[in-house]
Design a protein around this ligand. Sequence first.
Ligand code: GLU
Length: 305
Amino acid sequence: MTYRGRFAPSPTGALHFGSLIAAVASFADARAHGGTWIVRIEDLDRPREVPGAADAILCTLRALGLYWDEEPLFQSRRTQAYAQALQQLTVRGLTYPCACSRAEIARDGRHGPAGPIYAGTCRPGLPPGRPPRSLRLRTPPTAVRVHDRIQGEQRQDVAQDFGDCILRRADGLHAYQLAVVVDDAWQGISHVVRGADLLDSTPCQCLLQQSLGLATPSYAHVPLAVDATGHKLSKSQAAAPVDPAAPWPALLRAWGWLGQAAAPAESRTSLAGFWEYAARAWRIERVPRVVRACVDPNPQASILL
Ligand code: GLU
């Protein structure tokens, strides 16, 4: 098997503990399989991008010994590929224009774990006098099953429980769900290891892969780190950045968070030594099978919810 894994940060801020977990897990899994590990900068959302964040993330990854095997891919340079995929879906009648604003969707939709679920208002056609804003996927009415290497069997009725996802946003930018599917396939990604905040998006991504005739990679979702109030440690909420000058505390904490056996002292004398150990010691079955877990403000301890 050719293993190709990836870490796909959005440059909306420095690398923090929440994103570090996904980086460490995807890297360790790739190395344990003797595979290739790629970094993809998901800089599609230009309005939310923080200048200098992509460079800062790459610099921190290097400082932690997380070396990528191929030149990082920047999604901002892939517009043409996304436009082509969108065209392919449109020709097959799988997209439709939507006039709804965020406020209308929040008002009319049911609320799922990832926010309001679009009620499909514009599916039968745009309401009279309403101009199109975004383009959505006409989700086929099928339940999707996905085997997740950490979270186990997942089943979702995408149309009902996730809704018709946006493919091109009201500001004209291509949306994450489309771009991630196009790039995972284009880069030949065989294994996706990422945060469990994306567990709910996975069935929709599988449907998009099928609609575009693309292969579905294997998925593993690591527990999402949340703060004491249950909120995701997001870059924008100023979660403390990982300090590239002091990589060890963050690295060992992430390793422990992922349920892995404590690294023996002799593996902690150099980063290269640690990663050699980690490639041998990584056991994905030890990662806690929970969707979210609380990061204790005291770095010595984490409480699994
Ligand atoms: N860019 C996404 C993030 O930073 C991750 C996307 C993915 O791994 O599929 O949360």
